[in-house]
Design a protein around this ligand. Sequence first.
Ligand SMILES: Nc1ncnc2c1ncn2[C@@H]1O[C@H](COP(=O)(O)OP(=O)(O)OP(=O)(O)O)[C@@H](O)[C@H]1O
Length: 252
Amino acid sequence: MNEQAFYTKDLSVYYGEKQAVKKISMDFPDRQVVALIGPSGCGKSTFLRSLNRMNDLIAGCRIEGEVWIGGQNICDPATDVVSLRQKIGMVWQRPNPFHKSIYENIAFGPRYHGIRGRKELDRIVEDCLRKTALWDEVKDRLDQSGLALSGGQQQRLCIARSLAVKPRILLMDEPASALDPVSTAKIEELIGELKKEYSIVIVTHNMQQAARISDRTAFFFLGDLVEYDDTQKMFTNPSRKSTDDYLSGRFG
Ligand SMILES: Nc1ncnc2c1ncn2[C@@H]1O[C@H](COP(=O)(O)OP(=O)(O)OP(=O)(O)O)[C@@H](O)[C@H]1O
C-alpha cells in the first residue's frame, strides 16, 4: 500500500439543517486513484468539494470534522484557501476553460502565483500540455481561444491548467460524463498516467469506469460511507450487501 497522502476524520457536511455527509473517515493513498461511487444525492460531490474547501462558496453549507493534508487540518478557519487550492486542483463535470488563449489558460495560475519570466512560463505551458497529451494537437495554435477546442480537448486543457500550479492532489467530479466515448477513453488513459505523480479522487456514476481506473473505491449511500476497499475486491467480493446490490444494479 502506498504512503498516505491525506485523510478525513469524522467529516460531516450540512446544508442548513440537512446533513449531506455523515462523519466520514477515509484515508487517501499517495499516487493512487480513489473512486467515489453511489446513487444520485448520496453526498459524493459534497464530500469531494470539502477536500479543498469549495463548499465555502455555497451559502448555508457548514462543515464539521477534519481533513488532514501535509500535517494541516484544512478545515481550520485560518487556512489560506488560495494556497490550499494550489495544492489541491479541481476538475469539474463540464469543461470550463477561461475565455482566454490556450497559452493563457495555463499560464494564468503560475503568473498569479508570481512566475513572470516568459521562458519559465513557456516551459510550464509545454510541460502541462505534454502531460495531458495535448501538446501535439495544439502547439501551433497556442494563441487560439481555449473555447475553440473540442469538448474532450477542453477538458484536457482544464486538467493541464490545474497541473500548472503544481498540485499534489487532483479532485475530479465526473470529468468525462459530458464527453463522447473517444474523449472519455483519453481522459481515462490520462488519469492512469497522472497517478504516477498525483493522488486523484474521482466521482463517477460509471461503475465500469471506476473499475477500470481506480485503485480503491468508496461506496456512499445517503451520506454514509458504506464500504471502502481495493477496487478489485470491492467489485468481485464486496463485504456489504448494499454494496453488492448497488454494483449489481439492484438499486441506484
Ligand atoms: N447547494 C446545495 N444546497 C442544498 N442542498 C444541497 C446542495 N448541494 C447538494 N445538496 C443536497 O445534498 C445531498 C448530497 O448531494 P450531492 O450533490 O453531494 O450528491 P451526489 O452523490 O454527488 O449526487 P449526484 O451523483 O446526483 O451528483 C443531496 O440530498 C442534495 O440534494
